[in-house]
Structures are given as structure tokens and as C-alpha cells.
Design a protein around this ligand. Structure first.
Ligand code: AMP
Length: 503
């Protein structure tokens, strides 16, 4: 059974609940999502979409958009979800790079995209969040029965474009085997079963919301409360009915800022998972104090699916992403010598396993650059391991600051800054400096009522070697983040680029 659709949903009881939609309270059974995906598959087939063709979707989050994903699986087409924030110019690039045959967008965006699709000779259909759009109309005219296309395990099932913070986005090609192996591992590791109800508030154009959250739910026949966008109000309202939640760290900090979050609100929960960006130790500890639950932090990326996770039963170590998943090989190598580093030392994390993508679409040069000869993929993340094998992610290698010829790892300084009373969060970046090459700059978000800059100076003087100390500390109202909660350091470096060179 190589087609991921059959592996995920082949044995499911059609009468069991798949999801309840927050906005209209509609309950979908597994039977109804399978039927809708069958109708969409027939519509795509009528539009002459062939196995291996790229279907690009920039659609609002709805269960119909999940049905579209499943329809592509059934047909053997390659699903290419796009961030709903992408502009016309960006979409134009994704359409031509992927050589798409069909683009599906929100009905409200139809006029914006019509001429670009015409220019690229790409079919254009619409799918809205409220049972609207051309695909819905066409689906009403066709059968729900559709026989899944035969697929090989190594066939490409989806292309996910990386966020492209350091250049043009690259399309990561993921296979049926990649997605199935990772979902199976996570179901076992995190003990998902048909008794679970997941609070699903993540976007579904990203690996976290689509492949981790949704595939895990389907493979375990559990159900979800499906929320278009994370809000604290929705979480407080629905968590009492849920057993699990997956989120990015900002969801947890925002929940902690609301007094309604307490042990009673999460009385039926058994698991909170965090990932896609670093979870501060302080968030983990405060969340545990308030709710009695220790958040399970995991680590992964678009190209590799999930790589490591803290254990379900064993110790969930704060500040770490746990150990490599059972079927995944991880090694940490020195960026310059290429040799494996000793326990506790920082190097580039490399990964090999059934979860790792098969290359960048249309970009053999980049693919060759990022894989080692022996098949390990170089993640570009700096990490170290402790003596029990727990991994700490220290940051992206591109964010390392070289000041006066010495390497400075931002996370070490951020951790120290965050530990000072009144500092809510911080970002440490390097900017050009006439003497040092790069200078360390700390950007702080503080709560003014309790923040005291003297305490900060004492902490920095006593604990950081001179070359690591920020040459400037600036207070800013908030850190810029993308939709997955990652701090946009490229943007910060651009913003503060002239801090030393123009003065
Ligand atoms: P993406 O491809 O958008 O999923 O981003 C993947 C990147 O997010 C990784 O390469 C890491 O830099 C970062 N990331 C994901 N999970 C974590 C985590 N738990 N802690 C720290 N960084 C993370």
C-alpha cells in the first residue's frame, strides 16, 4: 500500500468523528472527508490533472482544504500548499518554479490571480472557507468514488517551499514513504489513539499543521477540534474537550498571559507538544506550574519532517528537543573539520533516515550542496548533545556572530538575558562593526514595571566573557516573527545594519 491515502485512511471506521469545525460547529465524520476527497479527485481528474502533476493551493484553512490535499494523494498528483500571506509576485514564482498545472485560491483572490495564471497557462479554481468556490460547485456534480492511483513509496507526494529567509524559497520534495514513516513514528511515540481529540489551531500550509498534526490524527483515527487560527479565546473554550494540543511556543506564552488558563481548563488533556521554534525554559516551567503539564518539545524542519522529540514517559528536559526519533540517525559535526564533535560541543546537526526528503525540486545543485556523500542532510542548525543523548538546538549556523574573530552563539546570550527579571524575551544578532567585523547586539522586550537595567549589567558583567557581551542593548516593543513563531533575524539584521558603521 504505497499510496499515502490508503495507508492513512484505508482501515478507518467511516462513522467515527474526524473533526469538529470551530466556526460553524459542523462535525465531519471520516466517511464525509473521504467522500469529499473522492469528489475533488474526480473534479481534478476531469480537469486533466495527471499523476505527478503539481497542484498549487493557496487556500484558507478549512476541512475542504484537507479534502483537496487528500484528493491529490488519491490522484497521485503532487500537492504544493502555499502560505496564505504570499503576494501575487511570490505566487508567480512558485507557479513557474513548480511548473504547476493547476492553482487553487480563495474565491476572494480570483481577480488578483487571473492574468498571472493565464500568462503561465495554469488552470485556476477556487476553494473558500465557507463551502464556496468553483471546486465545491463542481464537486457537487460528480461521484464520491475514486480508486487511488498506484504509487511507489519513493514517488513525490508534496512539495513544501521553505520559508526562504536567506534567498529564494526552495521546494522540498517529500515522498509517500517520508510522510508515512514520520507519522507512524509519532503516533507510537506520542501514544495517539482513536480516543484522542487534538486542538488543531496551526496553519495547514506548513509541515507542522499538515503533516505532523493532521497526518498523525488520520493515522491514529483520532479526531480534532479544527480552529482556523489560534486565538486564546478559542483555546480556552475548546481545550476542556480535548486531550492533546500541538503548537508553536507563542501559543503557549499567549495562553500563559491569560488567567483563565488553569488546571481545570486542561483537565482532559494528556499531551501538549511544542515545536517549530525554541520553547523558552521559563515558558515550560510556568506552564507546568500553572497546569500540571510539562510541554513536550520536539524538533524538525520542512525538509526532514520530525527529527527529535522529548520522551512521552521519560524526562522532558527543558531547553532540549529530546533524542533522535527511533528510526532517525543524527550526528553533530564540526562545520570546518567535518569531524563529529564531542559531547557538549557545538556543531552542525546532520540527519539521515526515512523521514528525510529526496531533494529540492528543480535544483540539483542545491540538493548536492546540502547532502553529504553518505546520504546525511546538513540541516544548517547548530546543536550539541548531552551525555544522555538529548539535543539542544543552539540556533541557525547563519545566525552565528563572528566578533573579533571569535564565534558567539546567540542562544547562550539570549538565555542569560531572558533569565533577568523583567526581560520577557530577547534576540541577539550580529551587525557590521568597523573594528570587530561584527558586533553583538541584544534586542530586548521588557516589562517596564519590573525591569531594572542595573540588574542586567550585573548579570552580563559577571557571566559573559567580554567578546560575547552585547555592545548595545536596545529595548523594542516586540520581536518580529513569522506565522510559525520564528524570530525574523534577517529582518532585524537589516533594520540594525548601520548601528555602528554610520556613527
Ligand atoms: P521549518 O522548515 O519552517 O519547519 O523550520 C525548521 C527550523 O525551525 C529548524 O531548522 C530549526 O532551526 C527550527 N526549529 C524547529 N523546531 C525547533 C525547536 N523545537 N527548537 C528550536 N528550533 C526549532
Amino acid at each position: 500500500m504505497a499510496n499515502l491515502f490508503d495507508s492513512l485512511l484505508g482501515d478507518v471506521d467511516p462513522s467515527s468523528t474526524f473533526a469538529v469545525v470551530e466556526t460553524d460547529g459542523a462535525a465531519w465524520t471520516y466517511g464525509s472527508i473521504i467522500a469529499e476527497s473522492g469528489r475533488f479527485a474526480n473534479v481534478l481528474n476531469d480537469l486533466d490533472v495527471q499523476p505527478g502533476d503539481r497542484v498549487v493551493a493557496q487556500v484558507p484553512k478549512s476541512l475542504d482544504s484537507i479534502a483537496l490535499y487528500l484528493a491529490c494523494l488519491r490522484l497521485g498528483a503532487i500537492f504544493v500548499p502555499l502560505n496564505t500571506a504570499y503576494t501575487l509576485h511570490e505566487v508567480d514564482y512558485f507557479i513557474s518554479d513548480s511548473a504547476a498545472v493547476l492553482f487553487v485560491c480563495d474565491p476572494a483572490c480570483l481577480s488578483r490571480y487571473a492574468s498571472v495564471m493565464q500568462k503561465n497557462k495554469v488552470g485556476l479554481e477556487t476553494l473558500g472557507a465557507e463551502k464556496d468556490g468553483t471546486l465545491i460547485k463542481k464537486a457537487a456534480q460528480v461521484s464520491e468514488y475514486f480508486a487511488s492511483a498506484d504509487r511507489q513509496t519513493h514517488d513525490i507526494v508534496a512539495i513544501l517551499y521553505t520559508s526562504g529567509t536567506t534567498g529564494r524559497s526552495k521546494g522540498a520534495m517529500l515522498t509517500h514513504a517520508n510522510l508515512l514513516s514520520n507519522a507512524s513514528t509519532l503516533v507510537k511515540l506520542w501514544r495517539f489513539s482513536d480516543r484522542d481529540v487534538l486542538f488543531h489551531a496551526l496553519p495547514i500550509f506548513h509541515t507542522h499543521g499538515l503533516f505532523v498534526a493532521t497526518n498523525v490524527v488520520m493515522l491514529s483515527a483520532s479526531s480534532m477540534i479544527y480552529v482556523p487560527k489560534f486565538t486564546v479565546d478559542a483555546a480556552i473554550e475548546f481545550l476542556p474537550q480535548c486531550t492533546t494540543m500541538m503548537g508553536v511556543p507563542t501559543y503557549y506564552t499567549r495562553l500563559l498571559n491569560d488567567r483563565r488558563l488553569d488546571a481545570e481548563c486542561v483537565r482532559n488533556m494528556r499531551l501538549f507538544v511544542s515545536g517549530s521554534a525554541p520553547l523558552l525554559k521559563e515558558t515550560l516551567l510556568r506552564f507546568e506550574q500553572r497546569t500540571g503539564h510539562r510541554i513536550l518539545e520536539r524538533y524538525g524542519m520542512t525538509e526532514t519532517n520530525m527529527i527529535a522529540s522529548n520522551p512521552y514517559d521519560g524526562e522532558r528536559k527543558a531547553g532540549t528537543v529530546g533524542c533522535p526519533l527511533p528510526d532517525v540517525d543524527v550526528r553533530i559535526r564540526d562545520a570546518h573539520t567535518g569531524l563529529e564533535v564531542s559531547t557538549g560541543d557545538v556543531g552542525i546537526l546532520e540527519v539521515k533516515g526515512p523521514n528525510v526528503f529526496c531533494g529540492y525540486w528543480n535544483n540539483p545543485v542545491k540538493t548536492a550542496e546540502e547532502f553529504r556523500q553518505d546520504g546525511y542532510f546538513m540541516t544548517g542548525d547548530l546543536a550539541c548533545k548531552d551525555n544522555e543523548g538529548y539535543i539542544e538546538i543552539v540556533g541557525r549556523s547563519k545566525d552565528v556572530i563572528v566578533s573579533g574573530g571569535l564565534n558567539v552563539y546567540p542562544k547562550e546570550i539570549e538565555t542569560l538575558l531572558n533569565s533577568v527579571e523583567g526581560v520577557q524575551e530577547s534576540a541577539v544578532i550580529g551587525v557590521p562593526h568597523p573594528d570587530f567585523g561584527e558586533a553583538v547586539v541584544g534586542l530586548l522586550v521588557v516589562s517596564r514595571a519590573i525591569f531594572c537595567s542595573d540588574a542586567l549589567s550585573v548579570e552580563i558583567q559577571g557571566k559573559l566573557a567580554g567578546y560575547k557581551r552585547p555592545k548595545k542593548l536596545l529595548m523594542i516593543p516586540e520581536l518580529p516573527r513569522n506565522s510559525m513563531g520564528k524570530v525574523l533575524k534577517v529582518q532585524l539584521r537589516e533594520q540594525y545594519h548601520d548601528l555602528f558603521t554610520n556613527s
